[in-house]
Design a protein around this ligand. Structure first.
Ligand SMILES: C[S@@+](CC[C@H](N)C(=O)[O-])C[C@H]1O[C@@H](n2cnc3c(N)ncnc32)[C@H](O)[C@@H]1O
Length: 232
């Protein structure tokens, strides 16, 4: 790994999809509708960690001006194809990370959102992200962080407790598999879990409060082990 890139930047360097439960448009449009319900209006939107633009193209139907930012060139290339394919002329895409994105923006937003991204940030980075985001929010704006991994539920999902055909034998096999995966990843100095880090809702709420915001905790509709943090 090159020294200037972090482990996740390296991980996403050649990725082309956001890793939704299904990549069928029917599912993505339903997921986007859930998110648009929580985004709840506004005219301008920053989709931080927009990935391949799988949700962004749906957001673009409801907003006047949008920016999609991501540190993965391959993801942004896919997003570009999607945005052009659907003639989303109100979307601008920028290559940026959680630190330098702020200096690349030339207007502020009614909504700053990130879906399935916060899991790749440490608490310290989340704190910095919220501190910077609040400076780029219009009056009455909201920061809406979608799909954080809930540390109370994620381990249960990983061992298969939420699968429709769960059984003790399957759970034991999953535990053995996960243990082996963690062991091998440690040996190879790779991320132990490609889904990133879990974040306690209470700690995210404390960060939001520290910056003078309130946080509403909402369970994800399509992912049993994820939650949304609506910060306003
Ligand atoms: C799981 S994908 C989700 C993509 C998109 N939000 C969606 O829901 O389809 C996570 C995305 O976040 C991006 N990402 C993760 N950490 C980032 C960071 N620190 N700065 C910029 N992008 C980041 C990755 O490159 C990847 O495209």
């Amino acid at each position: 790994m090159s020294k200037s890139k972090n482990v996740w930047e390296e991980f996403f360097a050649d990725k082309k999809r956001g890793g939704h439960r299904s990549s069928a448009e029917e599912f993505l449009s339903k997921e986007a509708r859930e998110k648009l319900y929580h985004l709840n209006g506004g005219k301008t939107l920053l989709d931080f960690g927009c990935g391949a633009g799988e949700l962004l193209v749906y957001y673009s139907l409801e907003y006047e001006k949008l920016v999609g930012a991501d540190f993965s060139a391959s993801m942004l290339e896919e997003a570009g194809k999607r945005v052009r394919g659907r003639k989303c002329e109100n979307v601008n895409l920028i290559l940026a990370n959680d630190k330098n994105v702020w200096e690349k923006l030339d207007f502020s937003f009614d909504r700053i959102t990130a879906a399935e991204v916060i899991q790749y940030l440490t608490y310290e980075k989340v704190d910095n992200f919220i501190a910077s985001a609040m400076k780029h929010l219009n009056k009455g704006g909201k920061i809406i962080l979608f799909d954080l991994l809930d540390p109370r539920l994620y381990p249960l999902w990983k061992i298969g407790l939420f699968s429709r055909d769960f059984g003790v034998d399957k759970i034991l096999r999953r535990i053995a598999f996960e243990t082996r995966t963690i062991f091998l990843a440690t040996l190879k100095n790779r991320p132990k879990d490609i889904l990133g880090y879990t974040h306690k809702p209470h700690t995210i709420e404390n960060i939001a409060n520290k910056h003078g915001f309130k946080m509403e905790y909402v369970k994800s509709m399509y992912y049993e082990y994820k939650y949304h943090a609506i910060i306003s």
